[in-house]
Design a binder for this molecule. Structure first.
Ligand code: NAI
Length: 332
């Protein structure tokens, strides 16, 4: 039998946590043959609720679930974990300044970085979901210098999947036949959903470009982009709560593809440490198109970037540069 993989979920008593832990326990994250041990972390005010989630996990009798650690102790939570999904964070409350929210999250991610660095398994893969996701991941990277930067990422797969969904609805095709959209940049409203390289597989088996099939550049350069950028706000308006099941599902997609690999000819979007590819400033956590193999991502190289796209790539990079400066100003 395979050794169980230890998966940490922080903020596990929250909305996304509640949707995510059963997916992990059912094998959505790492496949139907991989046993898992769940480590769930939350803060003391949520301890009782966290324990309730643990009770439900026991009650669900998941065959792949070999153990559950539910704790408010960061060290206990991080010990021996192979995968860390960081969903816990401080939410923006009405009337709060951006700087105050940033400051709270910087201190959370600084502390959790140290705990992961000291106590996680060697080669632990980290996915930051909590907002501001890119900058939280950057802080985590800076304060866990012994974790290779290749192992730290943030979630933009939800935005990627939203873009696939919009194209599939518009063309009335199966979402699984649409591929190679790209989310560039920040997981925020400045992200750039790019369809210039996206294709659809037709019933004949032929692959055609999304631009050609949609044949409406005004829609692709306008409403499509803003719909994807604003989708999170639209969900909040409709549900009075932010996206949870789609975020949990996207987190599973992100980790699964990272660990098990992306299909031949397909790329996905991941927030990763920029090496300067596509003239994106090095040293930001920025969403790029990536392929994954043998547990490692690499940025897809050589895609053409037109003038319209260039501006959008730069705009979201500027926002991330500002966020980085704000985060650093919170440290001093
Ligand atoms: P939630 O408020 O329901 O849950 C957050 C949980 O984190 C709470 O249980 C809270 O007690 C816990 N928490 C707070 N501080 C913590 C700490 N220091 N350590 C451990 N746990 C802590 O929020 P929800 O809806 O589950 O969202 C979680 C985060 O994910 C938010 O920051 C949200 O903005 C972000 N998000 C990101 C998305 C993405 O695509 N990257 C998509 C949707 C949400």
């Amino acid at each position: 039998a395979q050794e169980p993989v230890r998966v940490l979920v922080t903020g596990a008593a929250g909305q996304i946590g509640y949707a995510l832990v059963p997916m992990i326990a059912r094998g959505v994250l790492l496949g139907p043959n991989q046993p898992v041990i769940l480590h769930m972390l939350d803060i003391p005010p949520a301890a009782e609720s966290l324990n309730g989630v643990k009770m439900e996990l026991v009650d669900a009798a998941f065959p792949l679930l070999k153990g559950v650690v539910a704790t408010t102790d960061v060290v206990e939570a991080c010990t021996g974990v192979n995968i860390a999904i960081m969903v816990g964070g401080f939410p923006r409350k009405e009337g709060m300044e951006r700087k105050d929210v940033m400051s709270k999250n910087v201190s959370i991610y600084k502390a959790q970085a140290s705990a992961l660095e000291k106590h996680a398994a060697a080669n632990c893969k980290v996915l930051v979901v909590a907002n501001p996701a890119n900058t939280n991941a950057l802080i985590l990277k800076e304060f866990a210098p012994s974790i290779p930067e290749k192992n730290i990422s943030c979630l933009t797969r939800l935005d990627h999947n939203r873009a696939l969904g919009q194209i599939s609805e518009r063309l009335n095709v199966q979402v699984s036949d649409v591929k190679n959209v790209i989310i560039w940049g920040n997981h925020s409203s400045t992200q750039y959903p790019d369809v210039n390289h996206a294709t659809v597989k037709l019933p004949s088996g032929e692959e055609k470009s999304v631009r050609e099939l949609v044949a409406d550049d005004a829609w692709l350069n306008g409403e499509f982009i803003s719909t994807v950028q604003q989708r999170g706000a639209a969900i909040i308006k409709a549900r009075k709560l932010s996206s949870a099941l789609s975020a949990a599902s996207a987190a599973c997609d992100h980790i699964r593809d990272w660990v098990l690999g992306t299909p031949e000819g397909t790329w996905v979007s991941m927030g990763v440490y920029s090496d300067g590819s596509y003239n994106v400033p090095a040293g930001l956590i920025y969403s790029f198109p990536v392929t994954c193999r043998d547990g490692e991502w690499s940025i897809v190289q050589g895609l053409s970037i037109d003038e319209f796209s260039r501006k959008k790539l730069d705009l979201t990079a500027e926002e991330l540069t500002e966020e980085k400066a704000l985060a650093y100003s919170c440290l001093s």
